[in-house]
Ligand binder design. Structure first.
Ligand code: DDH
Length: 288
């Protein structure tokens, strides 16, 4: 029988699942970073790649992975994300067929799922673009600002109030680093597990300004070991934002559902997919 002609390699679901598995394994193996996981900083990389999107001009977003280049990589908001990009470099070498931009988003999804968050469906289609596609500085949120700024930044991406509050729940994860943003500390007591604790703590704890030489941030009165950014506190000070924070604090399932929807939307902003919405994949987690 005649051998079939071999065309170019077209990766399938199984191939992307292999990339997911490799990232998940590396997350487990390299547990001596920060609070025991690269998960939070991987998620932040995917979010900062996506959060540059501008709906009006269609520029920015996760397509392109332009944070690899100096102007964008050096933006103040991206300080420290080299740790995440370096973490992924051996994965990229192992699976050279995947674009950096798909890899960063797949890894953000892997981080969420491996930190016990909800499933986030994925579809490939991002291609890497050159330095000329770098976005201007100032498209990502500034933690020292107020609700007007939050609405301007996330509104520019096409999000409504409910989605802004849902996305903010990512701060259940990770921490601030004085040598990156200048802020200090984690938001919750379990920074490597996704829960609705961010909303619970915001609503139930007493918060005061931290007395220190760093940028203005809040600390919890009881233990002084947790932090909130000025933008985090807007989530409970603004009446509309607060209504959603209360819903999420009350019901983790509701938070997971609305967080997953908003993250899916965030990660797909501005990507010219050739695959339709009903052809998204859901990856198996390491503990499924
Ligand atoms: Fe954030 N974030 N973020 N954030 N973020 C920081 C860390 C992490 C803001 C500022 C900061 C989102 C929204 C906002 C994560 C995910 C997400 C830090 C500390 C600052 C500052 C960085 C450092 O020092 O290392 C502001 C302002 C906003 C805003 O909404 C107004 C969103 C939407 C997400 C998301 O993932 C959907 C994660 C994870 C971290 C922890 C990173 C780490 O290394 O740990």
């Amino acid at each position: 029988q005649e051998a079939k002609a071999k065309g170019p390699f077209v990766p399938k679901y199984e191939d992307y699942q292999k990339v997911y598995d490799a990232v998940a394994k590396k997350l487990q193996d390299e547990d001596d970073y920060d609070d025991g996981s690269y998960g939070p900083v991987l998620l932040r990389l995917a979010w900062h790649a996506s959060g540059t999107y501008d709906a009006e001009t269609g520029t920015g977003g996760s397509n392109g992975a332009t944070m690899r280049f100096a102007p964008e990589g050096d933006h103040g908001a991206n300080a420290g994300l080299k740790a995440a990009r370096d973490f992924l470099e051996p994965i990229k070498e192992q699976f050279p067929w995947i674009s950096y931009s798909d890899l960063w988003i797949l890894s953000g999804i892997c981080a969420i799922q491996e930190m016990q968050g909800p499933k986030i469906p994925f579809r490939p289609g991002r291609t890497d673009r050159d330095v000329s596609f770098c976005t201007p500085d100032g498209r990502l949120p500034d933690a020292s600002k107020d609700r007007k700024h939050i609405r301007a930044i996330f509104g520019r991406m096409g999000f409504d109030d409910r989605e802004m509050v849902a996305l903010s729940g990512a701060h259940a994860l990770g921490r601030c680093h004085t040598d990156r943003s200048g802020y200090d500390g984690p938001w919750t007591f379990s920074p490597t597990t996704l829960t609705n604790d961010y909303y619970k703590l915001l609503l139930e704890e007493k918060w005061q300004w931290k007395k220190w030489n760093g940028p203005k941030q809040y600390e919890d009165v009881k233990t002084k070991s947790l932090m909130m950014l000025p933008t985090d506190m807007e989530i409970v000070k603004d009446k509309t934002f607060r209504k959603h924070a209360e819903r999420y604090a009350k019901d983790n399932d509701v938070f997971f559902k609305e967080f997953a929807d908003a993250v899916l939307k965030l990660f797909e902003l501005g990507v010219p997919f050739t695959v339709s919405e009903d052809q998204r994949w859901t990856f198996k987690s390491s503990f499924d």
